[in-house]
Unconditional design. Structure first.
Length: 260
């Protein structure tokens, strides 16, 4: 056995995690425009306390809600582009900071508690249609959101944006998922655990999976950072647009008003 052969992948993974962590401090907020509103709220839930950005159409009508979940060592600002985009598409987009750094089970509980909190809170329940709820998660946020979706029999859809599994948690959750599912993946790399989302895909009862040819892991993050590109490869508008188009199409189909 060559110890260097086994040590090198661990060192590479550790370096990637460190650089992505450092990159998380450099992000760009979206330019809020159009007929949408943005509000930051503070939630105190059993699984943790956190800041949450809520983007929604300015209309007073109830809308479908999509909870948007960031990746490992990232922040809600790294998914703010998704929040603004989905609000412009007619959704209430909820983008939280996850309370735990690497406790995916706890983060999954937090997402479930956040969903319940918002559809029961007197301020937000008048804005949200509780029968039309979806989850969209990137990287490790794909795993945490899947754990939440698997524990919610009435969830309409889970969308995984190049999700990354850990210790088989995602594959086991995928096997019992009752909602629709769409998994979008980039090319295998150290940043997505060499494409281990395929274990989740194969476990899903009715998988819909698209690999975006030539895409890097952070093409699914919006906005990403130049330091993340240094680790994971150069992001392109073409690949980002395909992630955006496929995810939005699936959410619209799953969360359409009855009769639409």
């Amino acid at each position: 056995m060559n110890p260097k052969r086994h040590t090198a992948p661990r060192v590479a993974s550790a370096m990637a995690a460190l650089l992505v962590f450092l990159a998380s401090f450099a992000y760009a907020n979206p330019d809020i425009s159009g007929n949408i509103t943005h509000k930051t709220i503070r939630v105190e839930l059993p699984s943790g306390s956190s800041n949450v950005d809520v983007y929604r159409p300015a209309s007073k009508a109830k809308a479908a809600m999509v909870i948007v979940v960031h990746g490992f060592s990232r922040h809600r600002q790294n998914m703010s582009g998704w929040g603004e985009h989905l609000a412009k598409e007619g959704f209430v987009a909820v983008v939280p900071d996850l309370p735990a750094w690497s406790d995916h089970v706890r983060n999954g509980r937090f997402i479930s508690e956040l969903r319940t909190h918002l559809i029961e809170d007197k301020l937000w329940k008048i804005r949200i249609d509780p029968a039309r709820i979806g989850l969209l998660g990137f990287s490790a946020g794909g795993l945490s959101s899947l754990l939440s979706a698997a524990d919610a029999p009435n969830m309409a859809i889970w969308v995984g944006l190049d999700p990354v599994d850990r210790d088989g948690l995602g594959a086991r959750a995928a096997a019992v998922l009752k909602s629709r599912a769409l998994v979008l993946t980039s090319e295998p790399s150290v940043c997505n655990a060499e494409g281990n989302a395929l274990g989740m895909v194969s476990a899903l009862p009715a998988p819909a999976h698209f690999r975006i040819s030539g895409a890097v892991h952070i093409d699914a993050e919006w906005p990403s950072t130049w330091l993340a590109e240094l680790v994971c490869g150069r992001s392109t508008e073409e690949n980002r647009a395909e992630y955006r188009w496929r995810a939005t199409k699936a959410l619209k189909e799953a969360l359409a008003l009855p009769g639409q």
